[in-house]
Design a protein around this ligand. Structure first.
Ligand code: FMN
Ligand code: EPS
Length: 357
């Protein structure tokens, strides 16, 4: 179970090698056009097995809406969506039945729950993120009505950094690369690691365009805090930056401040958030993914009875999880922004009257 949000609440269910995964999204206002083809197109962007840069597990990720939608519109009741698993191949995982993969959640899940669902990591597999993308697609439909867009792409692979950020181009790139000049080098780094039975990390850059001034609560439930929580809650994410992020700790105030003119801000070092509240500029984040833990090199580990063993893994794994992870970052960002918008409707009297008119 995973949930966040004050007005727009969601949770997901299912395991990677179980029958199905899915989500329950509660709080979507009635009357929203639910474009099922759009929801499916978002799932298609994240689904596994599309290229050599991803896991070889092939899932169609066809989404079925079970509730909360009537004659193409949301009814204001919980929206449930389901995606059946079709390509599990659980026997590939029998050799990790009693051993913990270094870097994965196997060790901690076992010690916490005393149960070892070794079938592809069970609940801890990022297969679950398909359900997040389905929920996020509905949030994106809400945002579209308000001309708010969430975009993303890969800015970095194995330390090879993009110098330009072309979100339109990223949509057509097989690895969602933001910089056409760096794309080949980034692809080579992924394939080299894959051939070496290894993996690489990467960075997703996410931008939210068109968000109004005023999203986010001061002091608690801050927009930057909630966005960071949503991103850190994703599998393999190890750091999140808002705006200039880490760099800002090494800059002078005079360089870091975004000076203000009558027609707006002169720069956007803050990444569109001041005091936990959106300032009307683009909201910009960098989300850092570690290298895929499941690699095919021989490694030291221990068994469930704490015996030391050397083992080699089978199964189908992403050589760079950031590639598909970037689509999930967009979904999570959309859910946060939609939640903040709904929350804002009650933050002023005019918001309240507009909502209930
Ligand atoms: C889209 C996506 C795909 C992933 N694919 C794999 C994979 O194929 N193999 C793997 O071992 N980990 C994969 N991961 C990462 C693991 O799920 C993650 O590292 C694991 O659950 C442990 O959690 P932690 O890294 O957050 O500590 C993927 C993550 C994401 C976001
Ligand atoms: C199946 C997907 O990705 C999976 C994410 C994942 C992991 O450990 O996170 C491990 C691999 O699969 P399994 O759970 O079978 O080991 C990936 O193929 C998916 O994204 O749909």
């Amino acid at each position: 179970m995973n949930s966040f949000g004050m007005k727009l609440r969601y949770s997901t269910f299912g395991e990677s090698h179980g029958k199905a995964i899915g989500c329950l999204l509660d709080g979507v206002p009635a009357g929203l056009d639910i474009d099922e083809a759009y929801i499916q197109s978002e799932l298609d962007r994240r689904k596994p097995g599309k290229s050599e840069f991803e896991t070889a597990r092939k899932e169609a990720d066809e989404v079925e809406i079970l509730s909360g939608v009537f004659e193409g519109k949301s009814t204001g009741t919980p929206i449930a969506m389901i995606i059946y698993n079709t390509n599990q191949k659980s026997k590939d995982y029998t050799n990790i039945k009693d051993v913990f993969r270094p870097g994965h959640a196997d060790f901690t899940y076992f010690h916490k729950y005393g149960i070892r669902d070794y079938r592809g990591g069970g609940r801890s597999s990022a297969r679950e993120t398909a359900a997040r993308v389905a929920a996020g697609a509905v949030a994106k439909l809400m945002l579209k009505e308000l001309d708010i867009e969430v975009l993303s792409g890969i800015s970095e692979v194995a330390g090879i950094k993009a110098e330009t950020f072309d979100y339109a181009k990223a949509k057509s790139s097989i690895i969602y690369a933001l910089d056409a000049d760096k794309e080949e080098e980034q692809k080579e780094a992924i394939l080299k690691a894959k051939n070496d039975h290894d993996s690489v990390g990467g960075v997703s850059r996410v931008v939210i365009k068109g968000a109004p001034i005023g999203l986010g609560q001061p002091l608690y439930y801050k927009l930057d805090g909630v966005l960071a929580d949503a991103m850190m809650g994703l599998n393999a994410v190890k750091a999140v930056e808002i705006g200039d992020g880490i760099l800002s700790a090494a800059t002078l105030g005079s360089d870091n401040n975004d000076e203000i003119r009558a027609n707006g801000f002169e720069s956007n070092h803050s990444g569109g958030i001041l005091g936990g509240i959106s300032n009307g500029e683009d909201i910009v984040m960098n989300v850092y993914f570690k290298p895929t833990p499941s690699i095919f090199k021989e490694q030291h580990t221990v068994t469930t009875t704490n015996e030391e063993v050397d083992f080699s893994l089978k199964g189908r794994h992403d050589p760079c999880v950031a590639i598909r992870g970037t689509v999930v970052c967009e979904a999570m960002a959309a859910l946060v922004i939609a939640d903040m918008l709904l929350l804002n409707m009650g933050s002023t009297m005019s918001g309240v009257s507009k909502y209930y008119k």
